[in-house]
Write a protein that binds this ligand. Structure first.
Ligand code: DAH
Length: 344
């Protein structure tokens, strides 16, 4: 076979290759180790040096032309095959409707639903709704809430600090209580507000705790507010949200920003007060903390404690959802399994 024949045949075969696999074969048989061109190269050994040089140059130029033809065809075939793969892997979403019935719309996450229901209950009781930032300075999260630096009560909150400014000065709020400070600082008087939002603690998640969770804070500052107003507000809320057979009780506790302070508990929603494993047989479940605003907090934000008095409370929104719906493990709320979330 002459070199002209070899070139003509190879160029035709390259053009006729309909896929990259076929092109690989053409390339191997013409240009590969055992290919015809290589064999022709090997045969050069039999020629005289002068002839060998001329023929070698011709062979080399032929190889370059054929390699270029193969590369050009490969680029075309690659593009065709890529388009075919894309078309084959395209998701035909119209099929889902035909196979699985109409596409179901999603809905708000249980925690969002719960937050909105809680807001509705408090709005019905005459409260407004306010929000504050999730990143706070030490002053809002601790100091203005009557916890000066090194105050032992700071240990009640395992705090995430941000690498911003001086070490341990900027943090992710560990509770919603700092929003009380923002409202009072803005000069609102009287205040009847609830403040829902996300909080962060360096806690190991378990059935009853998440490191990122939600609280709702309440603050009432007005003239002549008493502990009786606090107890009545908590009981009214408990009946409205959990049902008329669920009651509240206050037990002495300590929080730096309230004096006196109390823990508030509600009838166990699992056993309705009979006593069960969830409530350790007591018939009561702790929901949050509350108390009369400490005069030191009023001092920090310039509220005249001789004129104004108030109460505050704070409790977990996720915990409310857990108790109302009997969710055994709080972590299910953040695992995003639609089989779980779709139930609510
Ligand atoms: N901030 C407290 C906590 O996260 C809960 C709390 C207790 C809020 C007493 C209050 C309060 O407003 O008066 O543990």
């Amino acid at each position: 076979m002459t070199l002209e024949d070899l070139e003509r045949r190879t160029v035709a075969a390259v053009a006729a290759a309909t896929g990259t696999a076929a092109l690989d074969e053409v390339e191997a048989s013409a240009l590969g180790k055992r290919g015809e061109l290589t064999r022709a190269h090997r045969d050069l050994g039999q020629l005289e040096p002068e002839e060998r040089r001329t023929a070698g140059k011709v062979l080399h130029e032929l190889r370059l032309r054929l390699e270029a033809a193969v590369a050009a065809r490969r680029a075309e075939l690659d593009a065709v095959e890529r388009r075919a793969t894309l078309a084959a892997e395209r998701l035909d979403l119209t099929e889902v409707g035909e196979v699985a019935g109409p596409i179901r719309a999603g809905h708000l996450h249980l925690v969002t639903q719960t937050q909105r229901e809680l807001e509705d209950v408090f709005v019905g009781m005459g409260f407004t709704v306010a929000e504050g930032p999730e990143a706070e300075t030490d002053w809002y999260n601790f100091e203005a809430l009557n916890m000066p630096p090194a105050h032992p009560a700071r240990g009640m909150w395992d705090t995430f600090y941000l690498e911003l400014g001086e070490p341990e000065t900027v943090l992710l709020r560990a509770h919603t209580s700092p929003v009380q400070i923002h409202l009072l600082e803005q000069g609102q008087r009287p205040v009847h507000a609830v403040m829902p939002g996300r909080c962060y603690r360096r806690d190991t998640p378990d059935a009853r705790h998440l490191a990122v969770f939600h609280q709702i804070e309440g603050l009432v500052v007005d003239r002549g507010i008493t502990f009786g107003d606090l107890a009545g507000t908590i009981e009214t809320f408990t009946n409205a949200y959990f049902g008329a057979d669920i009651h509240s009780r206050l037990r002495p506790a300590y929080f730096p920003f309230t004096e006196p302070s109390a823990e508030f508990e509600i009838t166990c929603t699992i056993c309705r007060g009979e006593g069960c494993r969830t409530c350790s047989g007591t018939g009561w479940i702790e929901l949050g903390g509350c108390g009369m605003v400490d005069p030191a907090v009023f001092d920090a934000v310039g509220v005249d404690a001789a004129v104004w008095s108030g109460f505050a409370f704070g409790f977990g929104i996720d915990r409310c959802a857990q108790m109302r719906h009997g969710i055994a493990d709080l972590r299910a709320l953040v695992e995003n399994d639609v089989r779980f979330l779709g139930q609510f």
